[in-house]
Design a protein around this ligand. Structure first.
Ligand code: DOR
Ligand code: ZN
Length: 434
């Protein structure tokens, strides 16, 4: 039997450099990696025209919405934005409507996604109670998420240290990972028309202290979402050195934008808010030197009308994150190796994504073809997300996504979505049920 697809004339990323090698994919998995002349016959041959091919990029922080807010985004539009942005796997946040707090909701969400997704999707949950952790693990929750400043409807108040520690102990015994939106609401300004700093730096640093304390006592693995402050990052770095299993991610906006670019009523309003220039520089430095382990988009789509009238936080990020990072590489500010650690290997390792993250025989055939030299202007009106606005709109970048393949099948090619809804895989989670 012939292989399904053969990719020739490629330079593939092997974790260290780009090598002149091709490969085949069969039954959704890489089947042979070799020089073009040594590749077996296949049903279809794809000429990569000398472009760079990477294992599919992973975005561990995405709000695909759907359910009752599918006017903001749904599984098809959200995963369309993902593959257009070069991602083959995204992890979906649980602050949906209804929220993913119990196993039945998770099961329903997975079933709905299965029909529509173009990329692979893993699902977070936010346990309603400590007792829900086991069932959520069993139902395939990829990791757990808590919002310390505003808990999801129907969940316990995990900003209470005792509850947080109980939750961590339970997650630890399920071999899970707890991702935390670390802000302490007691420090938020109560003023009517407070500015962008109504959620001050201290709200983040105090919450991070609380998380570190609880994680070091319970030995639970924790991950801080969208870290935004220099002090917060210092605390995480220190805790890591002291032996706590803690990691963190930055969003592109907290790395590339600061307070000068925002106000509470502008499209760039998000939480945690954009910070000072020095915070932003410290975060970006951490991204470059490894203190920040991952880049994740925090793709948070809302309708334009909501953004303009209701001060809802967040904006789409899936279609700008990789181009912005590739542009850093083109300007010599980041190595390709570091980019791949931030957006492929670390997320794969941290979320224990099995058989992904490398172009390797037997692994899932997810890969992204990049034109490293192509100049591009970020155009929000061309987004595949339903949310067609961006604080990065109009920015010129070098490096662009040419094609995205999921399980050996083309999902995105030359600016067009070409995949079939349902082609992505629903990740089943890795936790060992208690
Ligand atoms: O800006 C944000 N938007 N921050 C969050 O934590 C939530 C997100 C959303 O869901 O819109
Ligand atoms: Zn988020």
């Amino acid at each position: 039997m012939k292989d399904d697809i053969r990719i020739v004339n490629a330079r593939i990323w092997d974790g260290f450099s780009l090598k002149n090698l091709g490969f085949t994919v069969t039954g959704g998995r890489f089947s042979r990696i070799a020089a073009d002349s040594h590749l077996p016959e296949a049903e279809r041959t794809f000429d990569a025209m000398g472009m760079a091919i990477f294992p599919g990029f992973i975005d561990s922080h995405v709000h695909l919405r759907d359910f009752s807010t599918s006017y903001k985004e749904d599984f098809l539009s959200g995963t369309g934005a993902a593959v257009a942005g070069g991602f083959t796997t995204v992890l979906d946040m649980p602050n949906t409507s209804p929220p993913v707090t119990t196993a039945p909701v998770l099961v329903e969400r997975k079933a709905k996604a299965r029909e529509k997704i173009l990329s692979n999707v893993g699902f977070y949950s936010s346990p309603a109670t400590i007792d829900d952790v086991g069932a959520l693990s069993g139902a395939g929750s990829i990791a757990f998420k808590v919002y310390l400043a505003n808990r999801l409807e129907g969940t316990l108040d995990y900003s209470d240290t005792m509850q947080l520690m109980k939750l961590m102990s339970k997650i630890k015994s399920n071999k899970g990972l707890l991702v935390i939106h670390a802000e302490d609401a007691t420090f938020f300004s109560k003023k009517e028309n407070a500015g962008i700093d109504y959620r001050p730096v201290k709200a983040e640093t105090v919450a991070i202290d609380k998380v570190i304390e609880a994680a070091s006592r319970t030995r639970c693995s924790v991950h801080i979402a969208h870290i935004s402050t220099e002090q917060g990052l210092k605390k995480v770095t220190r805790a890591k050195r002291d032996g706590t299993d803690i990691s963190c991610e930055s969003s592109p906006h907290h790395s590339f934008l600061d307070q000068e670019n925002t106000s509470r009523t502008s499209l760039t309003y998000c939480v945690p808010p954009l910070r000072s220039k020095s915070d932003r520089e410290a975060i970006l430095k951490g991204v470059v030197n490894g203190a920040v382990e991952m880049i994740a988009s925090d793709h948070a789509p809302h309708s334009l009308q909501e953004k303009q009238n209701e001060m809802v936080p967040g904006f789409p990020g899936l279609e700008v994150t990789l181009p912005l990072m590739l542009d850093m590489v083109s300007r010599g500010k980041l190595t390709l190796k570091r980019l791949c650690e931030l957006m492929i290997s670390y997320p794969c390792a941290r979320f224990n994504l099995k058989d992904r993250g490398e172009i390797r025989e037997g692994y899932w055939g997810d890969f992204t073809i990049i034109n490293l030299k192509k100049k591009n202007r970020i155009r929000a009106d061309k987004f595949h997300s339903k949310a067609k606005y961006s604080p990065f709109d109009g920015r010129d970048v070098v490096g662009s996504v040419y094609a995205t393949f999921v399980k050996g099948r083309t999902a995105f090619l030359e600016n067009r979505l070409v995949g079939t809804p349902g082609m992505g895989e629903v990740l089943e989670g890795n936790a060992i049920p208690s």
